[in-house]
Structure formats: structure tokens, C-alpha cells
Design a protein around this ligand. Sequence first.
Ligand code: FCB
Length: 441
Amino acid sequence: MTSFTFPKDFLWGASSSSYQIEGALDVDGRGPCVWDTFAAAGKIQDGSTAAIACDHFNRWPEDVALMKQAGFNAYRFSLAWPRIIPAGSGAINAKGLDFYDRLVDGILEAGIRPMACLYHWDLPQPLEDAGGWQGREIVGPFAEFARVAAQRLGDRVKDWMMLNEPNVVAIFGYGLGDHAPGHHLGEMGMLKALHHQNLAQGAALRALAAEHSDFTLGTVINLQPCRAESDKPEDIAAAARWDAVWNRVPLDGVMRGQIPALLAEQMKDIVKPGDEEAIRFPIDLLGLNYYSRMTMKYETSHPFDVTWGDAHCERWTGMAWPVQPDGLYDLLAEFKRDYGNPAVFIAENGAAYEDVVEADGQIHDVERVAFLKDHLQAVGRAVQDGCNVKGYLCWSLLDNFEWAFGLSKRFGIVRVDYDTLTRTPKDSYRYFSEVVKSGQV
Ligand code: FCB
């Protein structure tokens, strides 16, 4: 294997999200969110809830210390909208802001750059009751939330990410119903949710740009190169269409102000005059979440007439996601080639596996170490080839509440024992820390 050296100012760290780690759902005036409702309806596969999760709300000093010890210089976390504005719009909850105030101070004291994400899926329930991402009425409240957060934290938090994976929210939350709020609205519901997130993002970016001129503004999208499983025309068409839905609506929305031509007809009643200008914004930093490619097959018995698995892949994670590090290189190369080489950072990359705690209490997660190594190599190669990659944040520091899978899927480089809440660094933590400290992979 070739070895790669990363730039001195490269951002190294981890990403997390409020709902997946904080717990304390009823504490200090936090309001209900769609995931609380979804869990209460029995939709979490292992029957768990995020009521305690990693108890990060109380144990964050220990978690920040783990990041410091690993040598991290960056940390992306999300701000829980229902903690800060419990009804989604209207009254501000001072105690909710106080929590993030303490957290941000602690992160900075550890010498780590706090990167705040505004929306990692914990939509306040009252906003969902009013239509959620199906309506454009949500745009104003989201921009207001952005403003409130920035007014309190913007003197110390300089990196602001708007959304996390709007495609997943739209497709699984509104199209298929596997995620909160659990709607089965099919293609139109999915496209509406995508477009309205793009609009809300555009409004929030403008609100933040007006707030402080020294912010680094961006958003986080998970991109998956889509390729056809065969050279049959219907598979090729399915791959092109799914690429438009999954990748291009969010990416070309913010970067180019464009609705993909393939979807223009379907989206013509959703997109109003002026929307394309409103969704476009010259962001400073694009967060990229990468887990795998998608290999598309036309299949009418499946939702949206496609399957996206890869029958030929030989390595799989515990989520049954194929392991395809070369897809990450391809994406970074694509940004350089087709999007003017914008500043990007890997905002999430990692893998769930069935970890085993050995008799000595250790977790020798060799598969996760190999996963990280292969993906870090792909990033190193992209940097060497001139791609404008600013950092790599793994998903995730801690095992956490993996949405509809509950606590059953472990993505952490640190194990969380959900009975005692003890944190135990895995081999992958030590491996990643070596890479971070040496700047080499
Ligand atoms: C991403 C999500 C993140 C986590 C990882 C495994 O899609 O952004 O919250 O669930 O997948």
C-alpha cells in the first residue's frame, strides 16, 4: 500500500448528532420531536429509545476528553432544534441554549474546532403537525432557528452546517416511512421534502451570512455514486434517475441552483418562480458523508422501481452496506472535475460491525480498522491528486442510537455499554488516533 501524508492544517475528528447521543429528552424544557413520536409508536426495530442513548447531555466532558486524547482538532455535532425552540417556532428555551454554550466552551478548551450542524433530523413535532417538510411554511422557522443559534454561539462557533443528508430525510422519512415522521407519500412526497429542505437551507444560509461575516457556511450531503448493474437500458435509466433524486437535487440545488432536468417535469408544481435562485448559495465548505456506492437495477416490485444493492460486492458492513472505498475517491475526483474543486470535508465515514468484547474487556474491531484505513487511503490519494479536501471526520466517536435500528448497530470507535454508560476505546480509536497524530496513512 502507498502511504499518504495529509496537509498540516487538515481537520481531523468525528461527527455526531444530538438525537443519537444526548439522551435527556425531557430535561430543561426540550420539546418533542418526530423521532420521539416515531419511537413511541413502536417503530424502532430493537424496541429501544433515545431517552438515555449515550447520556452525552451529562457525560460530554468525558467525550470531549476522549476526542482531545485522540488528537482531534475538529468536531461536528448538531444542535437540537427542539431543545432551543421547543415548539419549532416562537419561544426560545434559554436552558437549551445554555447546554450548547457549555458544550462549545468545553470543545474549545480542548483545542477542538466546533462545527455545528443545524438539522440532523430532530424536527420539532409541532412543525411536523403543521406539515413538516411537505410545506414551504417551514422555511421561516428554520431560518429563525439558525439566527437564534448563531446569535448565542456565533462568537465562538465559526463553522455552520445547515442540513444533514436531506435526501435521507426526504426518501425514508416522507417517501418510504422507514424513518420519522414515517410517511408513505411516495415520489411526490419525497420530492417535496427535498425541495423544501433546499429552500429552508437557502434561507438559513442567508440569515447566517447576515449575522456574522466571519462564518464558514456549508451543508452536509451524503453522496453515493450511482451506477447501473448491467448495460440494459432500463438499468442505465434507473441509475440516472436515482442519481438525480439522491445526489443531484441536494448537490446541484445549493451549488448550482438547478433542478435536475430529469426531474423537471415531475417537480414543476413544487418549484415556484424564484426558487432556483433561493436554493443556490456560494457555500464555503461542503460536508460529504460517504458510506458506499449504489448499484442500480430497474425492478418494478421495489419502491421507486429500483434496487440499490450490489450483488457482486464481497465486503459488507454490519448494516449490509457494501464496502467500496474507491467510490469515495471517485466522488472527490468528481468535485474537482465537474464542480470547480470546491472546499469539501468528509463529514461522515465509518462502519457498524458486530463488535465483540474480549475477556480482557477490549474490542479488537479489525474490520472497522480495515474500513477506516481503506477510506483514509482513498482520501489521501484524492488529496495527492489535487482534490480540495479539508478534513476527515469519522462516524462516529461513540456507539449511538442508529435511528430505526435503535441501539443495535454500533458505529463508534469507542464502545458504549448501554447498561453502565461506560466508554471503552476500541482498537479503531487507537488506529485512527495514530493516523491523526502522524498525519499519515
Ligand atoms: C448517516 C447519518 C448518521 C448515521 C450514519 C450511520 O446517514 O447521517 O446520523 O446514522 O448514517
